[in-house]
Ligand binder design. Structure first.
Ligand code: NAG
Ligand code: NAG
Ligand code: NAG
Length: 322
């Protein structure tokens, strides 16, 4: 049920000569995604981006690289779709060498991404595997460093939410141990394992960018398990940044708001829930992955030497974690 998207129309605009010297065009943040009817496919896990009738915007037609990560080696988890995909596109256009991790079932999305990027002469390394597996987490980091020729940046974006949407809300008495474990193993343990493996490989000036969430600053009664896991990541960011400062490694995080992506759909958000919840904030809409990629680039940019231990929230005027 893959529908024709608008993307191929713009393909001619992309490529090596990506308008590097043209003036920057202002974008109205409020009206940027006007009139877009967002309709994620049915619930499940994992959900593929290729099954979206209206695909998330991962910056395919908008992100312009300026060589900010030229020649640096980056591992990005969950790079197949959504926020991770937007980071892959941005990092590659900034000149980075990229390896991505994703679940084997998500390979069709990775094929789509690879085909799309090939048009502009860009490619990435594929290292599929499940982050629930500790041994794999360690191997992933070493494999990425081997294939890229080193590791300078690690973006930890992969996550599991369980069912979050209001409709599927379960009081704590009914929440399963299985979901709690899966959430913590994916969102907290895997980040720990990946970081433990990466620290000895990261050079001075290298950095880690975690993905926490705006949810930790709100009180969401649906998300005891998921919200707690994201709060754990926030602590990890602050603690690690202090521990790794003597090694010259910076550690930061991005806190997205509700972002249109397969991840959101697998969390049980229907089109109606998305428009209701998105419409409740000052922007009147939810976030798109393309609005987050520039933040990951800023935090990974080696010139941002004094940025460590920070969480950069992109929550559409709703105060985020600081
Ligand atoms: C960029 O803007 C300046 C005015 O600020 C203009 O003189 C110049 O022609 C513009 N360049 C391009 C490539 O449009
Ligand atoms: C959105 O819809 C309104 C009313 O139909 C129209 O005036 C406006 O131009 C549309 N905006 C975009 C970005 O398509
Ligand atoms: C965990 O990953 C390792 C390394 O990739 C693999 O050898 C092992 O079979 C995996 N274990 C499970 C239970 O999948």
């Amino acid at each position: 049920m893959r529908s024709a998207s608008v993307l191929p129309v713009f393909m001619g605009l992309l490529g090596a000569g990506l308008a590097q010297n043209e003036n920057v065009t202002l974008i109205d943040p409020i009206n940027r995604y006007d009139n877009l009817t967002l309709s994620p496919p049915a619930q499940g896990f994992p959900i593929l981006q290729r099954d979206f009738e209206v695909p998330p915007d991962c910056g395919e037609t908008t992100y312009v690289g300026r060589g900010r990560l030229q020649g640096l080696n980056a591992l990005i988890t969950g790079g197949d779709s959504g926020i991770g995909r937007s980071v892959v596109i941005a990092f590659l256009r900034e000149g980075a060498n990229v390896a991505i991790n994703y679940l084997p079932e998500e390979e069709p999305d990775v094929d789509d991404l690879a085909d799309f990027l090939q048009e502009e002469g860009l490619s990435f390394e594929r290292i599929p595997g499940d982050l629930l597996n500790e041994t794999f987490c360690t191997e992933l980091v070493h494999e990425a460093a081997d294939r890229l020729g080193g590791l300078d940046i690690m973006v930890q974006n992969a996550a599991y939410s369980g069912i979050l949407s209001g409709e599927s809300w379960q009081p704590i008495e009914s929440q399963s141990t299985e979901q709690l474990e899966r959430i913590f193993r994916t969102n907290v343990f895997a980040n720990f394992f990946l970081t433990r493996a990466a620290v000895p490989l990261l050079p001075r000036g290298g950095s880690i960018v975690f993905t926490t969430s705006g949810i930790i600053n709100s009180v969401d009664s649906n998300a005891i398990d998921y919200g707690s896991s994201k709060a754990s990541i926030s602590y990890m960011i602050r603690s690690l940044s202090a521990q790794l400062a003597p090694k010259g490694i910076r550690v930061n995080g991005v806190a997205p708001g509700l972002t249109y992506s397969p991840f959101l759909a697998s969390g049980g958000f229907t089109a109606e829930a998305i428009s209701t919840i998105g419409g409740a904030n000052a922007y009147g809409r939810i976030e798109q992955p393309a609005e987050l990629a520039p933040i990951y680039v800023n935090l990974a940019d080696p010139l941002a030497t004094y940025a460590s231990g920070n969480i950069w929230a992109a929550t559409g005027s709703v105060p985020g974690p600081v």
